[in-house]
Design a protein around this ligand. Sequence first.
Ligand code: SF4
Ligand code: SF4
Ligand code: FES
Length: 283
Amino acid sequence: MSEPTTAAITLNIDGADVTVPSGTTILQAAGGRGCGIPTLCYGDTITPKNACRVCMVEVEGSRVLVPSCSRPVEPGMVVRTRSERVDHSRKMVLEFLGSSVDLSLTDHVDEWNAEYGADPTRYGADAATLADQPVKVDNDLYIRDYAKCILCYQCVDACGEQWQNSFVIEIAGRGFDSRVSTENDVSLPDSACVYCGNCIQVCPTGALMFKSEYDMRSAGTWDEEHQTVVDTICAFCGVGCNLSLHVQDNTIVKVMSPSDSSITHGNLCVKGRFGFQHAQNRP
Ligand code: SF4
Ligand code: SF4
Ligand code: FES
């Protein structure tokens, strides 16, 4: 019996023929994250939810723009990643998001605003209703600042069926009232949260943040330029999860995990994620 083969599909992206395995998305075929197509709700370890619409591209014969992060390639597809229509759509999306929430900690937004001529301030201060809410600080491990939340669903999916299976958070409300919430909006200590921090790992906007980072940012001492990232193995148990320790002034300030790890896929438990103080409790 012959081995199953992965069918190769040839399509055209911006005038160049590209051949990729079937099942590849347009974004992956174009080079993945960093290829020039902006992405916000697309994560390395979460199935795309098509929530932000900033990655839209034009496909010949399609009435509407398509989300490149989730749309699989098809034979003979002709894709344009830049066109007047695409650029206009990205400009509007960046303006709508940027005018309603705080994107100051979201990577690349300033350069995309410049590239697409987006001016989120043109909708006036009244548009920033979602940004007008207090930071939720209800435990010593991580904070939730939903003024920075773009409702990308990544934390919900990481907490739910895609990774943690804890289902602590969901999208509550409808329309403009939509928000990420615990059940009945209880505080995290009163929820079923197991403090794995896998939601922080996937959040693209800084809405979910280590308390250590939040405190340092508030004190004006957070200094990413002078931080180093040290990859190591968690010593708490025999699973051997990969840790990326973010270190500033010889002190661990937060713990992430490589999303391309075949063991953890960026996920950890509470011990690996937050159990780092003992390593630096010095006399
Ligand atoms: S820390 Fe873990 S359990 Fe708690 S909300 Fe985040 S993903 Fe869910
Ligand atoms: S808190 Fe972060 S990960 Fe969760 S929906 Fe908002 S932006 Fe996305
Ligand atoms: S990155 Fe594709 S819809 Fe958000």
